[in-house]
Ligand binder design. Sequence first.
Ligand SMILES: [Zn+2]
Ligand SMILES: [Zn+2]
Length: 150
Amino acid sequence: MKIISYSDLIINGSDISYQDLLLTFEWRTKRNEIIERDNKRCTKCNFSETYGHKSFENGKYSYITDDGTEDQITFTNNNGKIVTENIPKLVVTDKPYFLHVHHKFYVYNQLPWEYLDTALVTLCNWCHTELHQNETIIMYSDRTLQILKT
Ligand SMILES: [Zn+2]
Ligand SMILES: [Zn+2]
């Protein structure tokens, strides 16, 4: 995957597809900001990019590391006490997961990174696919409507 800037894409002269736009430096930057904001997890199923596929028990996440060994993380509060409640539920699975950033709506002729942060949300590839299969994403004809909606 080669990441280039939008200006380089325009200079190139050829037809620019939506996929091309998603490979720009501008979109990668915006996308990373949204994923950071959402704590690097799918806002629907809680799959976490940081902690991967893990099971949670008694304040500890058990997981299998890349080299195949088992490891654990404990969550502590500000006073160093181990926290066992209100810890986000994580997905246990061996399916491949990736984080995507989804547009809740589109605006005609608007570049993917020109949306307000409130129009963007982090989803895993599975929840993202499911959402697009079940919902039609509204395309607004101009930006004024976007502001009314968010
Ligand atoms: Zn998900
Ligand atoms: Zn989407």
